[in-house]
Design a protein around this ligand. Structure first.
Ligand SMILES: Cc1cc2nc3c(=O)[nH]c(=O)nc-3n(C[C@H](O)[C@H](O)[C@H](O)COP(=O)(O)O)c2cc1C
Length: 112
């Protein structure tokens, strides 16, 4: 199993005050696809930036990352974590879209 985490930017033209255009589509497609591919993780958005963590079988995570990397709804994607894991940090596809600055404890637990 592997875990990938990245940050990316929403194109300026797609930014709105609270949520970028297209985010609800991303969330609904993810909720549909990810459980089938045994992918769990989170997506977070704040001030024009996404942070996403994906974990699951190597092949499934890599296949999804190819799609995500070529998705025009974001740019400047930077993968800062790509590691083998033996255990999941997230138990389901908790695509609750949340503000990561307000989730300090949640992220501290993941980073540890
Ligand atoms: C920031 C961001 C995160 C995304 N996360 C996921 C995801 O976790 N799961 C997923 O299936 N698609 C995700 N997508 C959408 C994919 O890029 C792609 O549009 C979607 O999987 C549909 O692919 P398909 O048309 O081949 O079925 C994400 C897109 C963006 C911009």
């Amino acid at each position: 199993m592997k875990c990938i985490a990245y940050v990316s930017r929403v194109p300026i033209s797609d930014r709105t005050i609270r949520m970028p255009t297209g985010l609800s589509d991303i969330v609904s497609v993810s909720r549909k696809h990810n459980p089938k591919s045994q992918i769990t993780g989170i997506i977070s958005y704040r001030d024009g930036q996404y942070l996403q963590v994906l974990e699951g079988p190597y092949l499934e995570v890599d296949k999804l990352m190819i799609k995500i990397a070529s998705d025009p709804r974001h740019e400047d994607l930077w993968v800062f974590l790509d590691v083998r894991v033996i255990k999941r940090s997230f138990n389901n596809w908790a695509v609750s879209v949340f503000d990561f600055v307000d989730q300090g404890n949640f992220f501290n637990a993941f980073i540890e």
